[in-house]
Design a protein around this ligand. Structure first.
Ligand SMILES: [Zn+2]
Length: 482
């Protein structure tokens, strides 16, 4: 009999918080500076240095917890997680253990039209470790030596641990995508996976369908994109299935995903919690978060993507436009700023998601650095809606607007407005029709498409400024009356 297996996945996401300074010292929380330039006695772990908790990091952790429907613990405790590794100067990491700041939350995902709730066991705060820079090779194997950069040591993280509710690689991917979106929208994390601001580890096991008991799990690390997360899980499920079917057993271990070979390989046997000898951090008081403070944080929270989604649906945006906006909180923020009273959100969305996004992307400029102010794009859209400009003319004005000019002054300087005044166009149209008696005959005999030629002539004469649908109406009207 063939055994059919079910995949069981739990995900741990480490998200770097967007604070200005590190978790327990005043060093800048910055990526890409020279090695060991953002360090001090605290994050170097020098004897006698004492940690001081960053208040903003607590606010961000609570914000994330509220965004993920967690209960916020009024008292949480920092603990020491003891282990040795060259990138950990103190010999322990300050983390939270049995009393984390947030617990019992959830996040809803939709995969192929089916919605599902994934439980969030906990969110705890912790400091990051430094980084080993391997010489002469990408990984430690094959390198000639490794250098230690402690810029990242003590940067603030939250670790978000899911329940083992995820049943496929695809669900895992959607879960992390949604989670990233929420953290970015709440302004808690920049979501940059390449720079390691968001890292996902997957705990994967399989069990025969219909059984309750969990199989032995492995933890997959080193996943730095959504695609590699999906592939890593798929390859690990295939490996575990082959092992069990051949009569072997899965060993509890940490495995490293290699994007090149698309397989996982054993890194080390997985330690259990008791191996870390957790104990409460004696240099920090327990953290108290009062209900008044939680209420204050809740009141100042930015919009949750679920609320944004609903707003965009009500405004009549297309599924595609909504997806694009939700994947880029900066773009969504720009779009919202454009949608003032008296302008249609769908018309704005067409420009923000379409041509305007294209020109920014082309110049590698983010929406937050856009040289075109939202108000300028709004007036461009309004000029199209009023018929002052054609869509084509507006598109041609975008490069000039990128220098910071507003569309009104560009129009004033160039005089390039759309001619939508019938009386101004009639004499020109009559003159052009006079020159083409053959077209008159064709149109009168029912071939209305023959008028396209005349529209082309009018557009040419007006240098593209005439409003095309108006020109068509006027031409047909004129011919009818002959
Ligand atoms: Zn420091």
């Amino acid at each position: 009999m063939n055994t059919v297996f079910e995949t069981v996945i739990g995900i741990e996401v480490h998200a770097q918080l967007r604070t200005n300074t590190k978790l327990f010292c005043g060093c800048p929380n910055q990526f890409g500076t020279g090695p060991n330039s953002n360090v001090c006695p605290v994050c170097l772990g020098l004897p006698g240095a004492l940690p001081v908790l960053n208040k903003q990091a607590v606010i961000f952790a609570v914000t994330a917890g509220l965004g993920l429907h967690c209960q916020i613990r009024e008292t949480s405790v920092f603990s020491r997680k003891n282990y040795f590794y060259p990138d950990l100067p103190k010999g322990y990491q300050i983390s939270q253990y049995d009393l984390p700041i947030c617990e019992h939350g959830h996040l809803d995902i939709t995969v192929e039209g089916v919605s599902k709730r994934i439980g969030i066991t906990r969110i705890h705060m912790e400091e990051d470790a430094g980084k080993l820079v391997h010489q002469g090779a990408e990984a430690i194997s094959g390198s000639t030596g490794s250098l230690v950069d402690l810029n990242r040591a003590c940067t603030p993280l939250i670790e978000i641990v899911s329940e083992p509710d995820i049943r496929s690689a695809q669900e895992a991917r959607v879960y992390v995508e949604n989670l990233r979106r929420i953290l970015m929208f709440l302004g808690v994390c920049d979501g940059n996976m390449e720079e390691g601001s968001l890292r996902a580890d997957a705990n994967v096991s399989i069990r025969p369908v219909g059984t309750e008991k969990f199989g032995t799990r492995t933890e997959i690390k080193n996943v730095n994109s959504f695609r590699s997360l999906e592939r890593a899980i798929e390859s690990e499920v295939a490996r575990q299935t082959a092992l069990i079917l051949s009569g072997s057993t899965v060993i509890q271990e940490t495995r490293h995903y290699d994007d090149f070979t698309q397989t996982t390989k054993s890194l080390r046997s997985k330690a259990d919690a008791h191996d870390y000898r957790y104990f409460p951090e004696p240099d920090l008081f327990p953290l108290h978060v009062s209900s008044a403070w939680i209420a204050e944080i809740k009141a100042s929270m930015k919009l949750h993507p679920d609320a944004v989604l609903l707003k965009y649906k009500t405004e009549g945006l297309s599924e595609f436009e909504i997806q694009v906006l939700l994947d880029d909180p900066e773009m969504a923020c720009f779009f919202d700023a454009c949608c003032v009273d008296g302008v249609s959100p769908t018309a704005v969305a067409k420009w923000v998601v379409g041509d305007f996004q294209a020109i920014l992307r082309d110049k590698k400029i983010s929406f937050s650095d856009s040289p075109v102010a939202p108000a300028a794009l709004t007036s461009l859209v309004q000029m199209i809606e009023k018929g002052t400009l054609s869509g084509k003319m507006a598109k041609e004005m975008l490069p000039a607007m990128m220098t910071g000019k507003d569309p009104e002054s560009i129009v004033k300087e160039s005089g390039a407005t759309q001619i939508s005044d019938g009386d101004a166009l009639r004499p020109l149209i009559a003159a052009i029709i006079d020159q083409h008696p053959d077209v008159i005959e064709k149109v009168k005999s029912g071939k209305r498409n023959a008028a396209d030629f005349l529209i082309g002539q009018v557009m040419k004469e007006t240098k593209g400024r005439a409003k095309p649908d108006l020109v068509r109406t006027l031409i047909l009207e004129d011919i009818q009356n002959r």
